[in-house]
Design a protein around this ligand. Structure first.
Ligand code: NAX
Length: 327
């Protein structure tokens, strides 16, 4: 029997976690022979309300053979102790009347504390995936507050956007999602992101030779950018099962590597590739081998793309400016 790995999930009583935890416990992330211990972090209020307890009871009632233990806490130092994987999902939601900068400030506070705790107590090889919004800037704050970890330990989730884009293109071309390769989401996980088809392939053919330019610009891009808001309108809450699916899938790619000849979109610390300023957590096309993430280099960037990439970069710079006291 392998030694159990430790997996931290924050916002564990929330709706994304409710879709994620059961899939993790069933072995979907690491396979059927890897036992695990869950470290579940919630706010003191959520713990007091008993919501997390209910989730724990249900996990126990599944009698998952791979789930050896569950720790629940409101203390990040306990939650992140020796963890190998951390899904940072918990964040404060935007409330009526709240300005964007207020939301940034509240969440910045949460992620600075969590960055410090990860730096102090997590495994040195921890893989941290930030999902809570604004995900890119939250990840930047966590990195800045984690001097004893490498920036490469952190990423922010763009996989949901990548999958949304993949479906839209597959649907348009009447193919299966597996027939689509090399889509890119550049930039911020916000409506300012840039879903790019210039390098995408459909069954090996250039995507932009198969779809009309107007469809790409007027339909595809806004549909992917606005998908989160449209889901909220339709169901009255933000994407949960699809977000959990994306988080699981992203982490699997991080652990086991990306498929040969394909890449994924992942928000990682910029190293200046494609002229994007360093000190931003920006989504690039990446390949992963043996846990090492490398930004795909040498892609030709059109003027059209360059402008959209810069716009998303500018938005991230603005977010960074709003939280600079915590960096
Ligand atoms: P919920 O409101 O259902 O759950 C959030 C949970 O986090 C709550 O139980 C809350 O008590 C907890 N929490 C708040 N502050 C915490 C803290 N300091 N420590 C630990 N727990 C804390 O939200 P849910 O639908 O699960 O969404 C979670 C986050 O994911 C939100 O910020 C949301 O905007 C973001 N999303 C990000 C996506 C992405 O692709 N990056 C897509 C889906 C989603 O919109």
């Amino acid at each position: 029997m392998k030694t159990p790995v430790k997996i931290a999930v924050t916002g564990a009583a929330g709706q994304i976690s409710y879709s994620l935890l059961f899939r993790l416990a069933s072995g979907e992330l690491l396979g059927p022979d890897q036992p695990m211990i869950f470290h579940l972090l919630e706010t003191p209020q959520a713990l007091a309300l008993g919501a997390l307890n209910g989730v724990v009871m249900e996990l126990n009632d599944c009698a998952y053979p791979l789930l050896h233990k569950i720790v629940t806490t409101d203390d990040p130092d306990v939650a992140f102790k020796d963890v190998d994987y951390a899904f940072l999902i918990g964040a404060s939601p935007r409330k009526p009347g709240m300005e964007r900068k207020d939301l940034l400030a509240i969440n910045a506070q949460i992620f600075s504390v969590q960055g410090q705790a990860l730096s102090k107590v997590a495994s040195r090889d921890v893989k941290v995936l930030v999902t809570g919004n604004p995900a890119n800037t939250n990840a930047l704050i966590a990195i800045s507050n984690a001097p004893d970890l490498r920036p490469e330990n952190f990423s922010a989730m763009m996989m949901l956007d990548h999958k949304r884009a993949t479906f839209q293109l597959a649907d348009k071309c009447g193919v299966l999602s597996n027939d689509i390769k090399n889509i890119i989401i550049w930039g911020n996980h916000s409506a300012g992101q840039y879903p790019d088809l210039h390098h995408a392939k459909v069954k090996g053919q250039d995507a932009l030779s198969l779809v009309e330019w107007d469809w790409f610009v007027d339909k595809f891009i806004p549909t992917v950018q606005q998908r989160g808001a449209v889901v909220i309108q339709a169901v009255g809450r933000s994407s949960a099962a699809s977000a959990a699916n994306a988080a699981l899938n992203l982490m699997r790619n991080w652990v086991f590597g990306t498929d040969e000849g394909n890449w994924i979109s992942m928000a990682v610390p910029s190293d200046g590739s494609y002229g994007i300023e360093k000190d931003l957590v920006y989504s690039f096309p990446v390949e992963i081998k043996n846990g090492e993430i490398s930004i795909v280099q040498g892609l030709e960037i059109s003027d059209f793309s360059r402008e959209k990439m810069r716009k998303s970069e500018a938005e991230l710079k603005e977010e960074r400016e709003a939280v600079k006291h915590l960096l």
